[in-house]
Design a protein around this ligand. Structure first.
Ligand code: XUL
Length: 548
């Protein structure tokens, strides 16, 4: 194995100005394919994580994560956002994201020689926005390794905090934007989603309405993803089509800003936004700040960042049409690469750009793990008893059906506070635990199938991720209802992995399918095939739809 003795030993790299810097091009020339590390960042709601892959050897060489609440308690955001916001407001401090980035890079530099990294990209929680004054353009271009990022960039914020995706304060603004352009169906046809409270356009409008002077002082509005990308390159980075589509401002046919939506949102908005670019765009090269402070090589290309969900699509190995991902979390999410750009006629789903070209669909189901847990808790069951209930009940549940919405659902939009049950009297009266558990899970995925029909997908394989994906009984219901094989992948951290794979594809000339074959393998013996005859759930779906 070639040694990297010509590189400055990485212990000394933490000292600014103390070493000569080699460019990635010269390192590659001297070491051929060995210099093939790609770094993927994931700035999410509760933490900032990263992983570094060795593209030549097909391995993950370093992983790190900084939990905002635990490691940066001075920001008083135990779960990554400022608690107790009023009127549905949920904000975070963007300086916290910068401090986390520094802690993360320090940890990575302790684990591995960052001068071997020759490609970088990343992802951010979607929809969140950062508001910057005109000092931003100067400061971002002249970062000094003597001070921290947050010290230098604090003065560039024209709004101290950033609204994030959990913010639901913009109901009025959604209606105003929709009315201005001719209704929600127009917003949906243009931007891929109806006007949605957490989306960035309605958030910007609310800021403009509540604080017109600070809006006026705002020279640039970035997404979390493009803000962090800008910091890395020491310049003003574009927004990608994947994250950009989560703003209600990008036209999904042109993949560029939609003038009518911009005008309906706030004055002079075009001048305050960066460019929109496809995911395979190189934003620039890594800023000298990171070279001096963390020991990266010079000239490392940074691929524009995307949203966490589009990045996860890549990291799950599903960036080409034909595979879809179901993520089982607090809420359940369904997403897939799409062969054609179509918007959900019911206005519940979203179309985002696919960072690997084309588009992707995404649909969120609010009643995910919380609903499964609510049924389990109703009978004082543990998770083993919950799983056993499926063995005790037949596929199709003898026609007992549940609309398992314990809280208002967004797919479809219904304001239920408790589930609807239809079937035997024992079931309807909540005395048949096993039937209720099967009905909850069958109801969730019958609903998911019905609500995602607009995507016109015929999946061969469904990739399952998220906490509840480990449960075989739930995975079996999904296989039966979708009539598709279900697989779990060995990858964890699909958002960061997707970012590293995008960097490797864009900057190191690696084929994305080859990267998927290397990094996105299924867990051994994890494939679950459908057991049910297709007719069982076809009839149940009709009955379920009638019940809603
Ligand atoms: C997607 C959404 C969330 C955020 C945070 O529309 O709001 O998934 O991206 O993860």
């Amino acid at each position: 194995m070639l040694s990297f003795s010509l590189l400055t030993p990485h212990s000394s790299l933490l000292t600014p100005h103390s070493h000569s810097v080699h460019s990635t091009a010269s390192l590659r020339a001297q070491h051929g394919s060995l210099i093939m590390f790609a770094l993927g960042l994931d700035s999410s709601t509760q933490s900032c994580s990263a992983l570094i892959i060795d593209v030549a050897n097909g391995t993950v060489v370093a992983e790190a994560s900084v939990n905002f609440g635990a490691q940066l308690p001075q920001y008083n955001a135990p779960s990554g956002f400022i608690p107790d916001g009023e009127n549905g407001e949920v904000h975070s401090d963007p300086l916290m994201w910068l401090d986390a980035l520094e802690l993360l890079l320090k940890d990575l530099a302790d684990q591995c020689d960052l001068s071997k990294v020759s490609a970088i990209s990343g992802a951010g929680q979607q929809h969140g926005s950062v508001y910057l004054n005109d000092q931003w353009f100067y400061e971002i271009d002249s970062l000094s390794a003597e001070d921290t990022l947050s010290e230098q960039l604090a003065k560039t914020l024209s709004r101290k905090t950033s609204p994030i995706w959990m913010d639901s304060s913009t109901g009025d603004e959604c209606r105003e934007i929709a009315n201005a352009v001719g209704g929600d169906n127009v917003v949906c046809a243009k931007s891929g989603s109806i006007a949605i409270e957490r989306f960035t356009g309605p958030q910007i409008r609310r800021f403009y309405k509540n604080d017109a002077a600070a809006y006026e002082q705002t020279a640039r509005i970035h997404l979390v993803s493009s803000f962090l990308c800008s910091v890395l390159i020491g310049g003003d980075a574009p927004i990608d089509t994947g994250d950009g589509a989560g703003m209600n401002l990008v036209n999904i046919d042109a993949w560029d800003w939609d003038n009518e939506l911009l005008e309906a949102t706030a004055p002079d908005l075009l001048n305050k936004l960066p460019k929109v670019e496809q995911g395979n765009t190189t934003a620039g090269t890594l800023s000298g700040y990171f070279i001096k402070k963390y020991g990266f090589a010079a000239d490392v290309p940074v691929t524009i960042f995307t949203g966490d969900n589009p990045s996860s699509l890549v990291g799950m190995g599903a960036s080409q049409p034909g595979k879809l991902v179901v993520s089982l979390g607090t809420s359940d999410t369904f997403f897939a690469a799409m062969p054609n750009v179509v918007a959900d006629p019911a206005g519940c789903g979203h179309v985002f750009g696919n960072p690997s070209a084309g588009s992707m669909s995404l649909q969120c189901f609010v009643n995910g793990s919380l609903a499964r847990e609510a049924v389990k808790d109703k009978f004082n069951y543990d998770w083993d008893q919950f799983s056993q209930a499926f063995a005790n009940t037949p596929l199709g549940n003898d026609g007992n059906l549940m609309v398992p919405f314990f809280r208002p659902e967004t797919s479809p939009r219904v304001d239920l506070e408790a589930p609807i049950l239809k079937g035997s009297s024992a079931f309807e009266n909540w005395v048949d635990a096993d039937t209720a558990i099967r009905a909850c899970v069958e109801g969730q995925f019958l609903n998911m199938k019905l609500r995602t029909n607009w995507m016109q997908l015929q999946p061969e394989v469904i990739y399952l991720t998220g906490g509840a994906s480990k449960n075989n009984a739930i995975a079996q219901v999904i296989a039966d209802i979708f009539q598709a094989k279900v697989q779990r992948l060995a990858v964890s951290g699909s958002v960061g992995l997707g970012a590293a794979m995008r960097a490797a594809s864009n900057s190191l000339g690696k084929n994305i399918t080859d990267l998927e074959n290397t990094f996105c393998q299924p867990e051994t013996n994890s494939t679950i095939a459908p057991q049910a005859d297709a007719t069982v759930y076809a009839n149940a779906a009709i009955a379920f739809d009638a019940l809603i």
